[in-house]
Write a protein that binds this ligand. Structure first.
Ligand code: PHE
Length: 376
């Protein structure tokens, strides 16, 4: 009897969800996404995912790409080292994705990039700013600026304020933090500034009082803390408790939903650099902000905007390539020029990075305020 056996096979296939039945439906283009939807940097993954999801929804509502709908297959790396590699292997070998979007945190992107490169699957990071990410190879791209630029944005700002004696507090577990500290310090020293104390911590630490006590003793004019929002919020609180009054300075890693919830007023008077301001009056930005608010009931942050742009740039490249075949798609992404994105004009350079302006924001009155935009 043929039929029951076929039914049993189909039932088995369904129960173990063999990907050929789930991901490869006719007329769909499978695109992978890996993000920290849970864990220590959940704010990064949730935001970038929402932006990416909104973009895919809009692309599909407008008829899709090359006559097909994009099917976004999203996996949660739980903010944990080791997960990106496993997930990206699964997306490539089981789901047969034609491209991969992710991650926000540079260390996570650095884990996944060699696997995408080996398999010749284009990867576009929305927000990883460490230069090493795209150095992995010619299939790895990003739609954001890189930290040699971001580091000098903040060092120039500090110099402009007349802050000469700077302390630095780095997260040694994050490529992002180590790199950004390095570029910032180089520029401070090259311009007559002084690094009066360098201290370190590791992702997940809760007590920063020893490092902050040492920093306080060095009497800096400002403290550069190129970390992620979770630890930065605790550092800010503990700095205030220790009587440190000078401003903290940081980078895009400060952006996270719990930053001000935990830090309260202790970050008032501090400054950080980032990618995007939802209060930008440009029509493109306001249109995105209102669509995002309508769908998710919240104002999009940097990662949301960058996640959105990463998916839009991929779709644009597919259209220009006329195919999703790997080499042609790679070439089309590399050829991205003057793409009018919500985070600014995106042209990918020869090293597959975007050269874009950064924004400096100040913290006060329970929120962020736009200070200035800095051109590369
Ligand atoms: N640039 C950070 C990194 O490379 C990630 C990040 C981007 C965080 C944008 C917040 C906002 O790790």
């Amino acid at each position: 009897m043929q039929t029951p056996q076929i039914l049993r096979v189909l039932a088995l296939a369904a129960s173990v969800s063999i990907p050929v039945f789930s991901a490869m439906a006719e007329g769909e283009i499978p695109v992978g996404e890996f993000a920290s939807l849970t864990g220590a940097s959940a704010s990064f993954g949730q935001s970038s995912h929402k932006g990416t999801e909104l973009a895919v929804e809009q692309i599909n509502a407008a008829g899709g790409v090359l006559g097909k709908k994009i099917r976004l297959i999203t996996e949660d790396d739980q903010s944990q080292a080791g997960q990106p590699a496993t997930i990206v292997r699964k997306l490539i070998s089981q789901d047969k994705v034609v491209a991969i979007l992710g991650e926000v945190a540079s260390s996570k992107s650095l884990e996944a990039a060699p696997i995408c490169q080996q398999n010749k699957i284009p990867m576009i990071s929305p927000a990883s700013t460490n230069p090493k990410v795209t150095e992995v190879g010619d299939y790895i791209f990003r739609v954001c600026f890189i930290d040699p630029f971001q580091g000098t944005v903040m060092s120039k700002f500090a110099r402009g304020k007349g802050w000469k004696k700077i302390a630095v507090l780095t997260d040694v577990k994050q490529d992002y933090s180590v790199g950004l500290a390095e570029f910032f310090v180089k520029d401070i020293l090259a311009n007559g500034g002084e690094i009066v104390r360098e201290q370190k911590y590791s992702t997940g630490d809760k007590d920063f009082k020893p490092q902050l006590t040492s920093i306080k003793a060095a009497q800096p004019d400002a403290i550069f803390v190129p970390g992620y929002y979770g630890e930065v919020s605790l550092i800010a609180k503990q700095a205030k408790l220790l009587g440190i009054k000078v401003p903290l300075l940081g980078g895009d890693g400060w952006v996270g939903d719990s930053l001000l919830k935990v830090a309260g007023k202790s970050l008032d008077g501090s400054f950080f650099s980032s990618h995007f301001s939802a209060s930008d009056k440009a029509e493109k930005v306001q249109n995105f902000v209102s669509k995002f608010k309508a769908k998710y009931g919240e104002v999009p942050d940097d990662m949301a905007a960058l996640g959105y742009d990463s998916a839009m740039i991929l779709a644009d490249a597919m259209r220009r390539a006329g195919t999703t075949e790997s080499a042609a798609l790679r070439d089309a992404i590399a050829g991205t020029k003057g793409f009018d994105a919500v985070t600014g004009m995106i042209t990918l350079d020869a090293n597959r990075n975007a050269s874009k302006s950064a924004v400096i924001l100040s913290i006060g009155n329970g929120g962020f305020e736009f200070v200035e935009s800095v051109q590369p």
